[in-house]
Every structure is written in C-alpha cells, then in structure tokens.
Design a protein around this ligand. Structure first.
Ligand code: SF4
Ligand code: SF4
Length: 69
C-alpha cells in the first residue's frame, strides 16, 4: 500500500507535482482553497500510485510525503 499525503496548508498550487506524476494520480483541487488562497494539490486517483516519489522530489515546498508499507 502506498499513501500519498499532501500538506494543503503549505501547498501553493503550482501544479509541478501534477505534471511530474507519470500516472496522473494528482490534481489541483477545483473547489478547495487553502489559507493562502491557492487551490491545493490533492490525490485524485490514489490506486494508480506506484510510489516513485517523483512528486515529492519535485515539490519546491516539500509538501508531499510518500509512505509505503
Ligand atoms: S509517488 Fe509517483 S505515482 Fe505516486 S503520486 Fe507521486 S509521482 Fe505519482
Ligand atoms: S508541487 Fe508542491 S506546492 Fe506545487 S502543487 Fe504540488 S504539492 Fe503544491
């Protein structure tokens, strides 16, 4: 099982992680706004995640955590 956690408070909605994901797992929220006024990234299709950590490496704000068990 892979768990992708995005810290929505830190996320600035830049979309780099969305583009970095080879499996289309992530998306910017169309509805949510965080306290900074950004649409944060969210895990749209968690079952597709292959735990490559590309998103976490790409995020300039270190907002993504990948846990694998
Ligand atoms: S770990 Fe890889 S597959 Fe999973 S969300 Fe991040 S970039 Fe996508
Ligand atoms: S790369 Fe980081 S800051 Fe940018 S949208 Fe993704 S989680 Fe948010």
């Amino acid at each position: 099982m892979v768990k992708v956690t995005i810290n929505e408070l830190v996320c600035k909605g830049c979309g780099l992680c969305v583009r970095a994901c080879p499996k289309g797992v992530l998306a910017l929220s169309k509805t949510k706004l965080n306290a900074k006024g950004y649409h944060p990234a969210e895990v749209a299709v968690p079952e597709e995640c292959i735990a490559c950590a590309s998103c976490a490496r790409t995020c300039p704000d270190v907002a993504i955590r990948i846990e694998k068990d």
